[in-house]
Design a protein around this ligand. Structure first.
Ligand SMILES: [Zn+2]
Length: 438
């Protein structure tokens, strides 16, 4: 399929330097799953398209990357809201998570993907269970995802580890390379040193990245000090885990030495400002991390600690929080913020041809409606984009050259069925839990 999107304002994307570029009277030409041209219409080469889309009044920009989530947790939306973290996990979340089955995971994954597509997210990085079913769902719904089977082993049985490796062998680079795999040990505190050593060795051998929660709460850091006499980043460095490409979720409780370690090893920090606020974990020192040239991307975390998968909320909150905490409005720029939602996350997923709209890059893009009251006037479009835009302004979402969402319609997912399944599925899980507890 050859697609031409014209009459657009083009945002080719950014790696975080300077200000965000915009090109008026532009067009994008797509052949199969690749962009062959992105620039002004005047200098565009001749292109015969199967479909020509008029994007008048729209901004065409790279699709967003949600770099840390647990997608099936859509079915746990609002479960245990406003509890303290330990009660939230142990009393509300964990008991319900024992009630999953493959069908529920499939529909909960698709509900999450539908929500992400609606809000312009084209890729996500996930850590959860039933990754075989999740991979099947992603294969069919057309999104791009890096999945990792959550490894939580206290008994050193390495059961999760074995399954994680099996799934990676089965699915890494599947679905035209839309699906990739990581190894995903939950965190230092929810695993053993022996297991983390095995993960480190296996990741190197298989060439897989590692996705792990790091220093999410003050208790995580205190526990690590008690167990190992150092902070989680220092411990992970010591055992060699940071020598692989690593996506470290949260990094809220990091001191200057931790930040230096993360920078030195090229770790990508997945910042989840809303989850960190909702669970009262704190505010990550993002401005100091950016100042030290750390790679910072953003994520929603699971729906249960958010309550949605609308990455535009994180996009606004990331700079706002840093301004408020440092009392300095210049600490995080719009370009750094947009990069955190696009190009930085794309690289962390292992792609060198994703996260920007350039010739040769993968065609993952969105159209954003600029003809909205809150987007006008356009005195400073980059400020409008970061501080005014809403997820609901997304009119079209394309992944790998295929339109998956357009003006209220999903092309691979049935909205009404998924909504009915969500209500039913949540009740099923609750009923199962009640019968276990009775
Ligand atoms: Zn998480």
């Amino acid at each position: 399929m050859r697609i031409r999107i014209h009459h657009i304002t083009l945002c080719p994307g950014t790696e975080g330097e300077g200000s965000i570029p915009f090109i008026e009277n532009a067009e994008v030409q797509i052949d199969a799953n690749r962009i062959v041209y992105a620039g002004t219409s005047v200098s565009a080469p001749q292109f015969t398209a199967d479909e020509s889309m008029d994007g008048e009044g729209c901004l065409c920009m790279p699709g967003m990357v949600n770099l840390h989530t647990h997608t099936p947790m859509t079915y746990l939306r609002s479960v245990g809201a406003d509890l303290v973290l330990s009660d939230w996990l142990n009393k509300a979340i964990f008991p319900l998570e024992k009630q999953w089955d493959a069908d529920l995971i499939r529909s909960a994954t698709n509900l999450g993907c539908m929500e992400m597509l609606r809000f312009g997210t084209t890729s996500f990085n996930d850590m959860y269970f039933y990754t075989d079913v999740m991979s099947q769902a992603v294969e069919q719904n057309g999104m791009r995802a890096m999945l990792g089977h959550g490894i939580v082993d206290f008994d050193e049985s390495c059961r999760d580890m074995v399954e994680g490796v099996e799934m990676a062998e089965k699915w890494n680079h599947a679905a035209n390379d839309r699906i990739r795999f990581s190894l995903a040990p939950h965190s230092e505190g929810a695993t053993t040193p022996k297991l983390l050593a095995r993960v480190t060795e296996t990741a190197k051998k298989m060439g897989l990245p590692i996705h792990i929660h790091v220093s999410e709460t003050e208790a995580d850091v205190k526990g690590c000090w008690k167990r190992h006499g150092k902070t989680p980043p220092a411990f992970l460095e010591e055992i060699g885990l940071l020598d692989s490409p690593v996506i470290a979720a949260h990094c809220v409780w990091c001191d200057e030495r931790d930040i230096t370690i993360l920078q030195k090893h090229g770790v990508t920090i997945a910042h989840n400002p809303i989850s960190n606020l909702k669970l009262a974990s704190g505010v990550a020192p993002i401005s100091r991390m950016l100042k030290k040239q750390c790679k910072v991307a953003i994520g929603t975390d699971g729906v249960a600690s958010n309550n949605n998968l609308n990455l535009w909320e994180e996009l606004k909150l990331m700079p706002m929080l840093q301004k408020g905490v440092t009392l300095d409005p210049t600490v995080v720029t719009p370009a750094q913020t947009l990069a955190a939602a696009t190009s930085v996350g794309a690289k962390a997923l292992g792609y060198n041809d994703l996260g920007m709209l350039k010739a040769g890059y993968l065609a993952d893009l969105i159209l954003l409606d600029l003809n909205k009251p809150h987007m006008n006037p356009q005195i400073d479009l980059e400020s409008n984009l970061i501080y005014s835009a809403q997820g609901s302004d997304v009119r079209l979402t394309m992944v790998d050259g295929k339109v998956l969402y357009r003006d209220g319609r999903f092309t691979t997912l049935d909205r009404d069925t998924l909504l009915a399944q969500a209500r039913e599925g949540a009740q099923t899980m609750r009923r199962r839990l009640d019968s276990v507890q009775a």
